[in-house]
Design a protein around this ligand. Structure first.
Ligand SMILES: [Zn+2]
Length: 175
């Protein structure tokens, strides 16, 4: 698959800029060609010719074609990819999210990761070696191991934490 073009919105998000629509049409024409879908290829080719800038016929400022929008949403998944944002970068963000150690609140989606455990000990002692030693008791290192922000609901009879509680919205859920 070729690189997915950017999506640039015009007029408050209702339409696409003419240039953007043209790039997408070319992209979809290429895709149809590779998939040997000749009906689709003809459709996109015709549209590309309509949108193609030429002398005395500037690219339209904004266009809104339902079938183009449908095709774009298949490739972008999200409704919007803002101009200049690279779909590749969003994947990186998702990978970054997987650094999460304590999960998210099932109700309000609060990130339940707190600060680094190592940082707390370093603040406490002001000493790298002591911080290393104390953090290691929590299996934490200088880069990994965060305090969890969720509150454990402790059951005295069962002598165990049975539920978690969100510090923000007070939602409780079973452990
Ligand atoms: Zn919550």
């Amino acid at each position: 698959m070729s690189k997915i073009p950017y999506v640039e919105r015009a007029y408050g998000g209702m339409g696409l800029t003419g240039e953007c629509a043209y790039l997408w049409t070319l992209f979809l024409m290429n895709e149809a060609d590779m998939e040997e879908d000749f009906v689709a290829y003809d459709k996109w080719k015709h549209m590309a010719e309509t949108l193609q800038p030429s002398e005395g016929k500037p690219t339209p400022a904004a266009v809104h074609y339902k079938f183009l929008e449908d095709a774009i949403s298949k490739y972008t998944k999200k409704d919007y990819v803002y101009p200049g944002s690279d779909p590749q970068e969003e994947t990186d963000d998702e990978e970054h999210m997987s650094d999460n150690e304590h999960g998210y609140c099932p109700n309000c989606n609060k990130d339940l990761d707190g600060t680094l455990i190592w940082d707390s000990f370093f603040d406490m002692y002001g000493d790298v070696d002591k911080a290393d030693e104390s953090a290691s008791m929590y299996s934490a290192t200088r880069e990994k191991g965060k305090w969890g922000l969720k509150i454990g609901i402790y059951d005295m009879e069962r002598d165990m934490t049975t539920h978690w509680k969100c510090p923000d919205c007070a939602h409780e859920w079973p452990r």
